[in-house]
Ligand binder design. Structure first.
Ligand code: FAD
Length: 589
């Protein structure tokens, strides 16, 4: 597997020049200066580049092994997890009351990109733990928090989320797993969960499963689901792992990618659990975990794109084929590097524009989470809730597209295993499926998020983009033409699409649903348009060196000219409504 270099400089630019993490201060972390973030990211980069990235291929080729109802992770994973834990990387943005470092989520997001790009399958073990930590932190009793959180923050115990069952994926109303109340206040959990990431492994002392199940008196459907904490080992009186609970891994899935992450069938045979949150309110509690997980999956999407782009670029610099149309660049050699060719440039520019735009969008989302959590900023909370399905689906669709484009750059070498690119393509593919398929994210956006609280969040988003354009218009004709004019045109397309959706939503819902994925992509493009305009604006006044800033502005121009106009196509598709999509009788397929 080729080496990985963490894009620390680019991250610093987004954190400080674009988002002003040092100037505007993050509530509770006003002194987050450049030196501090640089030191943290440089350390993360060291671990990722020297330990995690070299294990990515091992994870893929060895995979996880199922032996006597236990799972062995690939060689080296355990030592790498020890290094993650000992370096304090499991505790970055966690609550100091439970041993966390209390750093902004923004910083842990940047570190997560580095770890995830280096080795996505490995870092998923920690990602799920962090999600479970959040759910217990938000909904747990004082005793549950005291028992579980310190060990999860320290990386000694890991976490999982158990929703899916053989008959129940998207439609959680179909869950059958049962929870029987016991006289001592605990519950006995019985049922089977499938495709549970990190369900069983050898990296931690204990595994804390968060399991959706039904109480005996539960109402039908999603209103009758409760959430339970079911540890692999029941904590003894000292809080340390005691007797083995009646939960076991019944097998591992054979799958396309992320072979280093164990995807488990989990069997619950009267396992002891305790309720997390209120009866029948499990889905709401689980959504705390899922919302974070959806943002993390959006991050996985562009992070895999970032890793693939690095590989493609290195190949394009070294592979000699053909001559540049404008004169030989490597006259001493038999041919020029393929980087000189316009079509190769096109592919690399697309990758660069999507990856850097995706990074800015995810970091902005993380900054919104910090404002929402630390300053109880309701507008920030509404905005990130609106953006969550967009970040998850748009960035994973585009992230996968980026990995395929990167694979195309080397030609045949991208298809054979040695380049490492085909693994990245396979690993990235799952991001479009799990945590709710991308189609379901689009339904969430159209069916729930747009209309939430009278459409306040979407109006705040539109006002934010309009405000940005108004603030900067007329100051620099190049910036107007290259950035603000295309952004305004894309915003008009979004406005027209939203008006269509509003009308269709009340009169012809199938018209709205048929265009939901297009609306999500249109929305995603406007988000990236805003990010690129903000980055170009920041680059124009940045103290970074001139070449870095010029490249940033040129990449932004490429995005605005070549990718953002996709909004027009998405709008045209939306406006055709349901007729072309639903034209065939079911028998005609
Ligand atoms: C590697 C891997 C890891 C996973 N990890 C976990 C985990 O840790 N925990 C966990 O609980 N689950 C996990 N899952 C399950 C994953 O979250 C589900 O696969 C996903 O949510 C989709 O459910 P499904 O596969 O059952 O598809 P289905 O729900 O059967 O959907 C099939 C298709 O129909 C579409 N569809 C369904 N309903 C609608 C609708 N109402 N309108 C429009 N389209 C619809 C979907 O978009 C999809 O294209 C994992 C899966 C995999 C493959």
């Amino acid at each position: 597997m080729p080496s990985y270099t963490a894009p620390v400089r680019d991250m610093m630019f987004v954190l400080h020049d674009v988002l002003g993490a040092d100037r505007h201060g993050i509530p509770g972390n006003e002194e987050l200066d450049r030196d501090t973030t640089a030191a943290i990211l440089t350390e993360a980069a060291k671990l990722a580049e020297t330990v995690l990235a070299p294990l990515n291929r091992t994870g893929d080729t060895q995979g996880c092994r199922f032996e006597n109802a236990t799972v062995r992770t690939p060689e080296g994973f355990r030592a790498a997890f020890d290094a993650l834990r000992e370096g304090g990387w499991t505790a970055l943005d966690c609550d100091p009351a439970y041993g966390g470092q209390g750093l902004p989520h923004l910083i842990s997001t940047a570190a997560s990109e580095i770890f995830s790009a280096a080795n996505m399958a490995f870092y998923m073990y920690q990602g799920l733990t962090h999600g479970a930590y959040n759910a217990i932190h938000a909904h747990g009793s004082a005793a549950q928090k005291a028992l579980y959180l310190p060990k999860m923050v320290a990386g000694r115990w890991s976490g999982t989320m158990n929703l899916t069952e053989p008959q129940c994926g998207t439609d959680l109303g179909l869950i059958r797993t049962r929870a029987e109340p016991q006289p001592d206040g605990s519950y006995r959990i019985t049922g089977q969960k499938i495709w549970i990431s990190a369900g069983e492994h050898d990296l931690t002392e204990n595994i804390v499963h968060l399991v959706l199940a039904r109480l005996p008196d539960a109402p039908e459907g999603v209103r009758g689901i409760s959430l339970f904490i079911v540890p692999k080992y029941l904590p003894g009186p000292d809080g340390e792992p005691g007797a083995r609970n009646a939960v076991s891994c019944a097998g591992l899935e054979n799958k396309m990618g992320i072979h280093g992450n164990a995807t488990c069938v989990m069997q619950y045979d009267g396992a002891v659990g305790e309720m997390l949150g209120a009866p029948h309110a499990g889905l709401r509690a689980m959504f705390t975990m899922m919302n974070e997980a959806r943002l993390s999956v959006g991050l996985q999407g562009y992070a895999q794109g970032a890793r693939a782009y690095q590989m493609a670029l290195e190949f394009a610099r070294n592979r000699l084929q053909g001559r540049a149309l404008t004169g030989a660049r490597n006259p001493e050699g038999p041919a020029d590097p393929i980087l000189v060719h316009a079509d190769v440039r096109r592919m690399l520019m697309e990758q660069k524009a999507l990856v850097e735009g995706g990074r800015a969008l995810v970091f902005w989302g993380a900054a919104l989470i910090d404002r929402a959590r630390r300053a109880e900023d309701r507008e920030a909370e509404a905005l990130i809730s609106l953006l969550t399905p967009v970040i998850k689906a748009f960035l994973t669709d585009k992230g996968f597209e980026t990995t395929v484009l990167a694979q195309q750059v080397p030609g045949g070498a991208g298809y054979v295993r040695d380049s490492g690119l085909e693994q990245i393509v396979r690993d990235a593919r799952i991001t479009m499926i799990y945590e709710g398929t991308n189609g379901i994210q689009a339904l969430d956006l159209v069916g729930r998020k747009l209309g939430a609280d009278g459409g306040k969040a979407v109006m705040a988003f539109l006002a934010l983009v309009t405000g940005f354009i108004a603030e900067h218009q007329g100051q620099d004709s190049d910036f107007d033409a290259g950035f603000l004019t295309p952004l305004a045109a894309a915003l008009e397309d979004l406005g027209a699409a939203l008006r269509y959706m509003q009308t269709a939503g009340s009169t012809a819902p199938l018209d709205a649903l048929s265009g939901a994925s297009d609306l999500l992509h249109l929305f995603g493009h406007v988000c990236l348009g805003l990010m690129w305009a903000r980055m170009a604006q920041a680059a124009a006044v940045s103290a970074e060196d001139a070449a870095f800033c010029a490249a940033k502005i040129a990449t932004g121009r490429f995005y605005m000219a070549r990718l953002l106009p996709a909004t027009r196509l998405h709008l045209a598709r939306i406006e055709t409504g349901a007729a072309p999509v639903m034209a065939l009788d079911e028998e005609a397929f």
